[in-house]
Design a protein. Structure first.
Length: 358
């Protein structure tokens, strides 16, 4: 929406015949057919979350040319054969779930409605797969987003900070001395015992690239906490704070959806971080299943396989995913008092409200 509005006085908007999001453009170059795939189109802010169609009234109110918004296609739609000049034979081009998180959700080996999905990488996206959007005050106040999923489902999501914090810390430490691997940093964090300082990972101070250890130190000082100097404690602070924020979001997802969440599927690169998965299980008090790591690529393949008739349903595709990359299970600790105390301290430090309003 905002990119199109920024083009308001530019000639491109007046002469354009259609919009093509990047995945749509790639499919167009391959097949010659131009459609807007629904999962990605839903992130433009210009789709009606209820109907899955373009929000014509909103588009008109914004003064955007209606001709730009053409045919919407669901993931799995056959667009046609590959154009001959590509010299790739005669395979069919299918529209996939072209938003990366939508494809990743397809590969999550979910078995029932009591599961949340955490797409964990540089950023985290934590949410539920629902049959309908949730457009309530509780969802708006929690800043949840309704994005289109496969088969007309809704991904009720919230963006949370992710491994960006660790990546930027490692980048700063590398400039100052020998580079430590992510595995080594995880080992150092594992060896830290006792309380560590906590913070809200979604504070705007942490969004831009830069000296992340210094920014974390500023946040810790501002809340009257100690400032650790060793990388292991800094890394553990990041992972504990992320796990606490995941629980805070889960509580709001439960309140907004009316669902009880009993397990969390961690997919993407963060599934490799066993310490984060362990902390997420302990602090959220829920079973964590980690994997697959390459969920976006696998989900893309599963959508194509179903469209080609190799798989019969989304459930069958998820069964294939579970057998292809068996998730590692992390059960929460039996005595949750320590985790509960850590979460309460997180709420006190950040000023976040404890309970979610349904």
């Amino acid at each position: 929406m905002f990119q199109l509005l920024a083009e308001e006085d530019h000639p491109a908007l007046s002469v354009a015949e259609r919009i093509a999001l990047v995945p749509d453009l790639l499919a167009h170059w391959l097949s010659g057919e131009l459609v807007n795939e629904s999962t990605n189109a839903s992130t433009t802010g210009l789709m009606d979350a209820r109907t899955g169609l373009w929000a014509d009234e909103l588009i008109a109110r914004l003064g955007l040319p209606s001709k730009l918004f053409g045919l919407l296609a669901e993931a799995g739609t056959a667009l046609g054969p590959v154009l001959r000049h590509h010299d790739l034979g005669n395979p069919t081009v299918y529209a996939v779930a072209s938003h990366d998180t939508a494809s990743a959700f397809v590969a999550a080996p979910v078995e029932d409605e009591h599961a949340a999905i955490l797409s964990s990488g540089t950023w985290s996206l934590l949410g539920l797969e629902l049959p309908e959007p949730v457009l309530t005050d509780a969802a708006r106040e929690a800043n949840l987003t309704n994005e289109r999923g496969i088969d007309g489902t809704t991904r009720l999501l919230k963006n949370v900070m992710g491994m960006w914090l660790l990546e930027e810390c490692r980048r700063t430490w590398t400039r100052r001395g020998p580079a430590a691997s992510y595995e080594e940093l995880q080992r150092l964090a594992q060896a830290v015992h006792g309380e560590v300082p906590l913070f809200d990972p979604d504070d705007e101070a942490f969004l831009a690239p830069g000296d992340m250890p210094a920014r974390l130190a500023t946040a810790w000082r501002a809340t009257g906490q100690g400032v650790p100097q060793d990388p292991g404690t800094v890394v553990r602070s990041i992972l504990v704070s992320l796990a606490c924020k995941y629980r805070w979001v889960l509580e709001r997802l439960e309140a907004a959806s009316g669902r009880e969440i009993r397990r969390i599927h961690v997919i993407g690169g963060g599934a490799r971080n066993a310490l984060l998965c362990r902390m997420t299980a302990d602090l959220c008090g829920r079973e964590v299943l980690a994997g697959p790591v390459e969920a976006t690529a696998l989900g893309n393949v599963l959508v194509q396989a179903r469209a080609a008739g190799e798989l019969g349903s989304l459930a069958e595709g998820r069964s294939v995913s579970a057998r292809s990359a068996r998730p590692q299970t992390f059960e929460p600790i039996a005595d949750g008092d320590r985790g509960e105390a850590t979460y309460r301290r997180f709420l006190d430090v950040t000023g976040l409200r404890a309970t979610a309003i349904a």
